[in-house]
Design a binder for this molecule. Structure first.
Ligand code: G6P
Ligand code: ZN
Length: 543
């Protein structure tokens, strides 16, 4: 087999973001683009000679072609073994599990998560470390540095590897093991949750609708919910992964999963609804007529996880990203649990999970997970909810009502302004930053600022410091607004405004969040001049 060295040059902009390198698919398909980045990953991790890596992706357009290139490059550079999901498919949490289970040297996941897929949409590649989690900044910094120095890459000339059925093969001296993407993951879920209890719940007539959004969780959800747990056939909808996700936007929120929302708020709503994203790590939970915000979901799961066998001995601690609402903090305070506030991005939970300081983690961006893998996990969250409901027999709405009655409610919403001119968005953040020292004590739209800072994080495990992680402004009475620029967009800038207010009045637990937050929303605009600077008088997305 011929091994060749191809001359190349650094390509601008190959800096991994919040979760790997995401670009338009046609950019990834330009000559050398993918190869440069893969070679830089290999260089950044000290080469792949003698190593074993996991490879899989969410099945989006170019997933299959990229997998073949990655295999040829790994073979050229002396990798010992590649463990590849059948058809190059693996959900992100299943890949994380596989990396850990097989004690590999890490893995490459091909995904742009919840971004749309297709020739005109997005593609992405990320590297996960041997603990199964997204590469921390120190590793992505080395990968980025390698992209700026690259002069050549090595690849073998070979025809495509057959990835269509499980089994062993080889490419030159490199072993290739094609695995069933679902089996090991399903076995892990069965260890954590009381499958008998959930099966009994379904057998008793409890109905569920899981929307896989034409993405990777279809096969996982069908195998687990329908085949193993006995949910009625057809409970999993949009279950066949397609390269362009059926032309949709595989992001499980009320906007993009509106079909599911309509069903859940309609006359024939099932008892429980859920959706997951392109690569299977995000989740949305909806009851009959009851949408659960990701922040509330984290808090409810933290308060009740002990009802599932995998968490019966209690939690060692909980963690949330900074913009996530502080509902979980209230649970932690009552239950005497440590509670960590980290920057946005699942990678920041890795050390806490590895060190056993946190068992459960979550983010407002529809991510929840635990120490069972090192990624957030959509189907896991669904199964934990179902396990809890199977034990206590409540409806989703009842769970929320009881939770708010016990802990209070943190009204919460995120407003996104998408495709904003990057300079305008940058200037908005910079001028906010300049004003920060003057804000405390001043009132905006009737709200008085009690704290204002730019969030920075000192990792309590390895001491690393992450600066400039978003602007937090607290108001008297417990409200809060956070301003942050998205780290995952591919065009222009997305301004995210996270709004929160605390309610402890039992008579005011069922207000419309936008209404309950009206004062905070007005104060946010008065402080940052969103409308004035961006010319937008309303956000593109409200979650
Ligand atoms: C990805 C990461 C999440 C993170 C999210 C934030 O989905 O996996 O951990 O919360 O990006 O995205 P943003 O666009 O707000 O930077
Ligand atoms: Zn995702």
């Amino acid at each position: 087999m011929e091994r060749i060295t191809v001359q190349t040059q650094p390509i601008d902009g190959q800096k991994p973001g919040t979760s790997g390198l995401r670009k338009k698919t046609n950019v990834y398909m330009e000559p050398h683009y993918l190869e440069n980045f893969i070679q830089s990953i290999f260089n950044g991790i000290g080469g792949v000679a003698g190593k074993t890596l996991v490879l899989g992706g969410d099945g989006r357009y170019f997933n299959d072609r990229a997998a073949q290139v990655i295999l040829r490059m790994a073979a050229a550079q002396g990798a010992a073994r590649m463990i590849v999901g059948k058809d190059a498919l693996l959900s992100t949490p299943a890949a994380s599990n596989m990396i850990r289970l097989r004690k590999t040297d890490g893995g490459i996941i091909m995904s742009a998560s919840h971004n749309p897929g297709g020739p005109k949409e997005d593609f992405g590649v990320k590297f996960n470390t041997p603990n199964g989690g997204p590469a921390p900044e120190e590793v992505t910094d080395r990968i980025y540095a390698a992209t700026k120095e690259i002069g050549s890459y090595d690849i073998v000339v070979a025809s495509d590897v057959d990835l269509s059925k499980p089994g062993q093969s080889s490419l030159g001296d490199m072993q290739i093991e094609v695995v069933d993407p679902v089996a090991d993951y399903a076995a892990l879920m069965e260890e954590l949750f009381d499958f008998d209890a959930i099966a009994k719940l379904f057998a008793g007539g409890f109905t569920v609708r899981f929307d896989a959004m034409h993405a990777i969780t279809g096969p996982y959800a069908k195998a687990i919910l329908e085949d193993r747990l006995g949910a009625a056939p057809g409970s999993v909808v949009n279950a066949v992964p397609s390269p362009d996700f059926g032309g949709g936007h595989p992001d499980p929120n009320p906007i993009w999963a509106s079909e599911l929302m309509e069903t859940m708020f309609g006359p024939d709503a099932p008892d429980f609804g859920a959706a997951s994203d392109g690569d299977g790590d995000r989740n949305m939970i909806v009851g009959r007529g009851a949408y659960v915000t990701p922040s509330d979901s984290l808090a409810v799961l933290a308060a009740n996880a002990h009802l599932a066998p995998g968490y019966a001995k209690g939690l060692s601690g909980v963690a949330r990203s900074m913009p996530t609402s502080r509902a979980v903090d209230r649970v932690a305070a009552r239950r005497g649990l440590d509670c960590y506030e980290t920057p946005t991005g699942w990678k920041f939970f890795g050390n806490l999970l590895d060190a056993g300081r946190a068992t459960l983690c979550g983010e407002e961006s529809a991510g929840t997970g635990s120490d069972h893998v090192r990624e957030k996990d959509g189907l896991w969250a669904v199964l934990l909810w179902l396990n809890i409901l199977a034990v206590n027999g409540k409806s989703v709405q009842q769970m929320l009502d009881d939770h708010w009655a016990e802990f209070g409610r943190n009204y919460y919403s995120r407003h996104d302004y998408e495709g904003v001119d990057a300079e305008i968005a940058g200037a908005l953040m910079e001028s906010l930053l300049l004003e920060l020292p003057t804000l405390v004590g001043r009132s905006f739209a009737g709200k008085t600022v009690s704290s204002a800072d730019e969030f920075a994080y000192d990792d309590p495990v390895d001491g690393s410091h992450s600066a400039r992680q978003g602007i937090r402004i607290g108001f008297e009475g417990g409200g809060r607004v956070v301003f942050r620029l998205s780290g995952t967009g591919t065009v222009g800038a997305t301004l995210r405004v996270y709004l929160e207010d605390v309610c402890e009045d039992p008579a005011a637990m069922h207000r419309d969040p936008q209404e309950a937050l009206a004062e905070i929303i007005a104060a946010a605009d008065a402080i940052a001049g969103i409308t004035e600077r961006t010319g937008r008088d309303t956000p593109d997305v409200r979650t």
